[in-house]
Write a protein that binds this ligand. Structure first.
Ligand code: NAI
Ligand code: MG
Length: 335
């Protein structure tokens, strides 16, 4: 059995951390063929398209994809739209899963073990925006079908991972129709969740709770934009963006990526923390059913977090290459 893994490095540190993750996947002797494909801002600058058809086809045909990060300008550029959002839609990657737990680092807040699960194809990221230069609008699409599907996914994830509680996060007191539909549909699906507890929080209160008492949260089930924001905030408890990883799961394939972006402030300096991308690779291994290999990679990461070397974001002075080499040594020794 050989897997086909598509690698999309993207822009900036995306290229640096995907190269690192590939080294680790090779070091554990995963029977796999790697297909490199391009997407992102530099691809747009070169070819006038951010997500070439060949890249979409490569991701479609792969068993799973590992994506670095793409840089997207905040200003409007004619013809450019985020290839990450486009990939999620084209491959119907409806479930975004972002786990955060207490890292084995000195001073880390103890007892945190939460997962943000968000609907990944609609909401405010539906791509329906308009502006006449004076008034801009964004269409927030919430459907019963997508809300039901993500709630079912969260329930099945909770059962598989022995989770104790699902908290539905919304703003139905103000966004009565869109958040209202998400909330009522999720509550309907989760009516059969027992013994898993189900409760709800308004998104602003959820943000407060995430800062005040993160150890009380378990599964956070929410819509696209809220989940994007809350998962970045949650990642601070897990050792920061240098460690946070994410899965985008659909019916036929899945894309795994670090939560961070292309980090133009440190790109090209060889100091990006590769552990988020390597953790994403471990999640990819689980998805393929290669849980033992995934566990081995996670054990190597835990060992490295305890003993170093660490990149500057974790207070160390090691390079991306030094951290990657240490992980490669740990996973190879255990084979
Ligand atoms: P960012 O996540 O790239 O960086 C935020 C801060 O965290 C920076 O100070 C950066 O140096 C640091 N950081 C991030 N990852 C790190 C790592 N692995 N090791 C050490 N430090 C790390 O977010 P920012 O700066 O807001 O966005 C930069 C670009 O990335 C933008 O064009 C944005 O659109 C894009 N982006 C892309 C994403 C994706 O492809 N999925 C996700 C988030 C942002
Ligand atoms: Mg984000």
């Amino acid at each position: 059995m050989s897997y086909t893994i598509c690698l999309i490095p993207g822009d900036g540190i995306g290229c640096e951390v995907i190269a690192a993750a590939r080294e680790v996947l090779e070091a554990i002797n995963l029977p796999a063929r790697f297909v490199e494909a391009e997407a992102g801002w530099s691809t747009f600058e070169r070819h006038g398209v951010a997500l070439p058809d060949e890249t979409l086809a490569a991701a479609q045909q792969a068993d799973a994809t590992l994506l670095g990060a793409v840089g997207s300008p905040s200003r409007r550029v004619t013809g450019y739209s985020s290839p990450v959002v486009a990939l999620r839609k084209a491959l119907d990657l409806y479930a975004c899963v972002r786990p955060v737990s207490t890292p084995p680092l000195p001073g880390a807040r103890q007892g945190i073990d939460l997962v943000v699960i968000r609907e990944n194809t609609e909401g405010f990221y539906s791509g329906c925006e308009a502006s006449d230069g004076v008034r801009a609008t964004a269409l927030r699409v919430v459907t019963r079908a997508a809300s039901e599907r993500i709630a079912r996914f969260a329930l099945s994830y909770a059962r598989r991972h022995n989770r104790r509680r699902i908290t539905i996060v919304h703003k139905a007191n103000i966004l009565r129709e869109s958040c209202g539909l998400f909330r009522s549909t999720a509550l309907e699906v989760l009516a059969e969740a027992a013994p898993i507890l189900v409760d709800e929080l308004l998104v602003d209160t959820a943000a407060y709770e995430l800062v005040r008492a993160p150890e009380r949260l378990d599964i956070v089930l929410t819509t696209n934009l809220f989940g994007d924001i809350l998962s970045d905030a949650a990642s601070a408890w897990g050792g920061g963006l240098g460690l946070a990883a994410s899965a985008n799961i659909g019916p036929a394939t899945a894309i795994f990526e670090p939560v961070h972006g292309s980090a133009p402030d440190i790109a090209g300096r060889g100091i990006a923390n590769p552990l988020a991308a390597i953790t994403a690779a471990a999640m990819l291994l689980d998805y393929l059913g290669e849980v033992e290999r995934g566990d081995r990679v996670r054990a190597a990461i835990a060992k490295l977090l305890r003993s170093g070397p660490h990149t500057p974001d974790l207070g160390g002075s090691a390079t991306t290459a030094e951290v990657t080499q240490a992980i490669v040594r740990y996973v190879s020794r255990d084979i």
